[in-house]
Design a protein around this ligand. Sequence first.
Ligand code: ADP
Ligand code: ADP
Ligand code: ZN
Length: 216
Amino acid sequence: MRIILLGPPGAGKGTQAKLVSEKYSIPHISTGDIFRKNISEKTPLGVKAKGYIDKGLLVPDELTIDIVKDRLAKDDCISGFLLDGFPRTVKQAEALEDFLRNDNQTVDTALLIDVPSEFILERMTGRRVCPSCGASYHMKFNPPKIEGKCDDCGNDVIQRKDDTEETVKDRIDVYEKQTQPLADYYKAKDQLFVVDGTQSIGDVFKTISEHIGSRK
Ligand code: ADP
Ligand code: ADP
Ligand code: ZN
């Protein structure tokens, strides 16, 4: 299965991506995680991306598309993958389509996790993430079993620098202007599946699993 996950910041893409990638044994590719790893390692890519991410802006398409192409060319993507946070612009979606077409492949389904903007701020400001494995928690809705520690790897969870009220507002604007048009893009190709992201994490996962099961 070649799956992409769409939705506003805080919709639950990372949370669902982890569950789906475990259930279907496909790699979870998060462009946000790739950028954050490069930022913490101070690579040239990280240095370039940091300024955009801290402001809540998108990293330019040219940089982002190349990273994803390199990642998708790896062997573990042969039988499928789950892209979390890519594409975020129509240009990225077209580049992905071209890249897959070279191998006679297409995206099997674009899952849009739909959450109205009034839910987003609470989700984002309460989010805590594991800098080591990328797991996402919420202080109220999905707290770690041991306070402050990642369930999977025991590391201290942290608050992302771009999860402040101010930056979140900018990210929602960026989403509405640059990423929301992708819903129509995938709808026109009959690849779009919309799931109500205001349900519990378990219910969202159940809906997504049923949809994937019906496409396999
Ligand atoms: P969230 O999960 O909150 O939606 P991500 O972790 O996916 O956020 O992304 C964090 C930031 O990384 C984005 O605000 C953006 O600056 C950058 N980023 C991630 N993916 C992309 C992409 N496909 N195109 C451009 N910028 C991206
Ligand atoms: P995204 O990757 O789309 O930005 P995350 O998966 O990181 O979103 O989720 C954002 C925040 O909301 C996290 O704190 C997460 O624990 C929480 N969350 C995710 N899904 C739900 C849900 N269905 N109900 C309540 N909180 C959720
Ligand atoms: Zn962890």
